[in-house]
Design a protein. Structure first.
Length: 100
């Protein structure tokens, strides 16, 4: 027998509820494990999330410093060549400002 549209919607809603319940249960178990490890090793937030530890929060990224390639001889301002071209370079060629 083929299920009706409404029956399928109800099945999906029941599955969505079940998925959410299992997700919350597994999340609680995961938190308990993490807290146990933190207590066992005496870890702090600096141990877990500092740049020194080599572990960073999700979504953040490390950006390496790049030496400047161009310098404004009048003001001494510099530009690495990355990102938007500075206004002080607008009228002339980049090669005119190249740091040698």
């Amino acid at each position: 027998m083929t299920a009706t549209y409404q029956e399928l919607i109800e099945q999906r809603e029941a599955l969505d509820r079940q998925i959410q319940e299992v997700k919350e249960q597994e999340k609680r178990i995961g938190i308990e494990k993490v807290l146990a490890l933190i207590e066992e090793y005496g870890l702090t937030s600096d141990d877990l999330f500092s740049k020194r530890a080599g572990i960073m929060k999700s979504g953040s990224k490390s950006v390496a410093k790049v030496p400047p390639k161009y310098r404004n001889p009048e003001t001494g301002k510099t530009w690495t060549g990355r990102g938007k071209k500075p206004l002080w370079m607008a009228e002339r060629s980049k090669e005119d400002f190249l740091i040698k």
